[in-house]
Design a protein around this ligand. Structure first.
Ligand code: GSH
Length: 204
């Protein structure tokens, strides 16, 4: 299995999940659209995005929530997705919200307003709109963790979606983590395998 990454991008959630699962995997750097290597990367992943997972049979899997679900399903002994329907859909609901709304609509606006408007004069308004969506997501997660260690009763794939958003917040100072999200982040970050995996992207 091979994970394509861009240093520090959202695939750190999948990278951390792979490290937590503990089966062997490889990583390879993808390419950004503004580089000469991008054309070659689109031959591997036509969407040109990360995360992209090459599975053991050589096939490509994309989209964070789907990759995370796949990894949970093929490693059932790790119990990273509930097996009952209600439990499963609630974990997927949260994972989808964190990736599609909090990241794609919130963080991306706050960090890269130019993706949403060509007018530089609108950038500050777009950033503010993004920060509001991003912070609302962090606040919702803070509430959901409550007195638990994880978003749900057990660690699940949703925790790895939350982890990369928390990590961005810590690193880039976009948004504010409440004490439960900070502890949730630190709980995962204190796992040596996860820390090494995420840091290896920057070293490579
Ligand atoms: N819907 C995709 C979105 C992935 C995505 O936007 N990834 C960003 C990194 S955080 C990316 O590849 N950015 C490169 C670019 O847009 O050029 C998913 O859930 O995996």
């Amino acid at each position: 299995m091979k994970l394509y990454y861009l240093p520090g991008a959202c695939q750190i959630g999948i990278h951390a999940l792979l490290a937590e699962i503990g089966r062997p995997f490889k990583i390879e750097q993808a390419a950004r659209p503004d580089t000469p290597e991008f054309e070659a990367y689109t031959q591997i992943n036509p969407k040109g995005k990360v995360p992209a997972l090459i599975r053991d049979d050589g096939s490509l899997l994309t989209e964070f929530p789907v990759i995370a679900l796949y990894l949970a399903r093929i490693n059932p002994e790790r119990e990273l997705i509930p097996t009952d329907v209600e439990g499963e859909i609630r974990v997927l609901e949260m994972t989808e919200y964190l990736v599609s709304t909090v990241h794609m609509q919130g963080y991306t606006r706050a960090r890269r307003p130019g993706k949403f408007t060509p007018n530089e004069s609108d950038h500050e308004a777009v950033k503010a709109q993004g920060l509001k969506i991003f912070q609302a997501g962090l606040d919702r997660a803070e509430q959901q963790i409550g007195g638990k260690e994880w978003l749900f009763d057990k660690m699940s794939i949703a925790d790895f979606a939350l982890f990369y958003l928390e990590h961005w917040c810590v690193l880039n100072g976009i948004g504010t983590l409440g004490p439960r999200c900070q502890a949730h982040h630190d709980r995962l970050w204190s796992k040596v395998e996860i820390r090494h995996a995420v840091e290896s992207e920057l070293i490579a």
